[in-house]
Design a protein around this ligand. Structure first.
Ligand code: CP
Ligand code: NVA
Length: 332
């Protein structure tokens, strides 16, 4: 398997075998990290992390992955580079590509990360766009595999804003890995039909299935993995909260949903999550709408079925695998 110099923009560009290779590499890195086995394989190289939106997990995973691999890491926070305002994406890519050996981008349109990749001359990794969040997916399926021992045939159900970056990407990874994917949310928020069509075509090859429904009980029946994400994503205006709350409240992940799923079902969430009142947005929403918890109840979030912090840790190991596989010089 040779992923050297490849970009990582969406999992649509990766074969199931390549995804499997990245997952195996992630497992190996997790083992090395847990056993304090040094792995400074990319000493002397440098990477830059371009963030146009905020982040905890993705930023820290890329930083620690870079440092563990022996590299220098530069973080550019939202607003601190010339990109977009005074300098085009193309020129920025050309400049950064002369200085760095790899570029991570988090921000808006998928087109931006594609333009960076086209002109940088070094690997570009998508750390979340409006359309996709591919590094998150590797951590998610790694966590599924840790719990069930395999991916094929696993039924994963996403509840909520079924056309956001995380939901879109889950549909892609499930299609690629032969899983049964169900998107459960209001029709108005179902994913783009072209993407669904693409995923259904992939599913025909891998034995996966792709389903959309508004029926919460039907969706959660026989589910192995229950997944949700925030109702309003970064970059969306505050005005959409009102409508989203109305549309998505029936799709909140609660005990009833977990009880309707398989007995050994797990709960996943990419995080951050609104499951209590310990955030400023959570408090604001409570004051305006009287909601104490949103996409998931605190009861489910804090239950034994919830594997969200294993999932968050796996961001580090999987991002390290992507960075290493695309940047390594040898292929021994
Ligand atoms: N899940 C995720 O991408 O988290 P951050 O926004 O904190 O990076
Ligand atoms: N859908 C969320 C994911 C955050 C990791 C967002 O884009 O804000």
């Amino acid at each position: 398997m040779d992923l050297r110099k490849r970009n990582f923009l969406t999992l649509l560009d990766y074969t199931p075998e390549e995804i499997r290779y990245l997952l195996d590499l992630s497992k190996d890195f997790k083992n090395k990290k847990h056993n304090s086995i040094e792995h400074r394989y990319l000493k002397g190289k440098n990477i830059v992390l371009l963030f146009e939106k905020t982040s905890t997990r993705t930023r820290c995973a890329f930083e620690v992955a870079g440092l563990d691999l022996g590299m220098g890491v530069t973080y550019l926070d939202p607003g601190s580079s010339q990109m977009g305002k005074k300098e085009s994406i193309e020129d920025t890519a050309k400049v950064l590509g002369r200085m760095y050996d790899g570029i991570e981008y988090r921000g808006y349109d998928q087109k931006i990360v594609e333009t960076l990749a086209e002109h940088a001359g070094v690997p570009v990794w998508n750390g979340l766009t409006t359309d996709f969040h591919p590094t998150q997916m590797l951590a998610d399926v790694m966590t599924v595999e840790e719990n069930f021992g395999h991916l094929d045939g696993i039924k994963l159900v996403f509840f909520g804003d079924a056309r956001n970056n995380v939901a879109n990407s889950l549909m892609v990874v499930c299609a690629k890995m032969g899983m049964h994917f169900v998107s459960c949310g209001p029709k108005d928020l179902w994913p783009d039909s072209t993407l669904v069509e693409k995923c259904r075509n992939i599913a025909e090859e891998t034995g996966a299935t792709i389903e959309m429904t508004e029926d919460v009980l039907k969706a959660s029946e026989n589910a192995d993995v229950i997944y949700t994400d925030v109702w309003v994503s970064m970059g969306e205006p505050d005005e959409v909260w009102n409508e989203r709350i109305k549309l998505l409240s029936p799709y909140q992940v609660n005990k009833k949903i977990m009880d309707n799923a398989n007995e050994n079902a797990i709960f996943l969430h990419c995080l951050p999550s609104f499951h209590d009142l310990n955030t400023t947005i959570g408090k604001d929403i409570y004051e305006k709408y009287g909601l104490k918890e949103m996409e998931v109840t605190d009861e489910v979030f804090t239950s034994d079925k919830s594997k969200v912090f294993d999932e968050a840790e796996n961001r580090l190991h999987t991002i390290k695998a992507v960075v290493y596989a695309t940047m390594r010089e040898d292929n021994e």
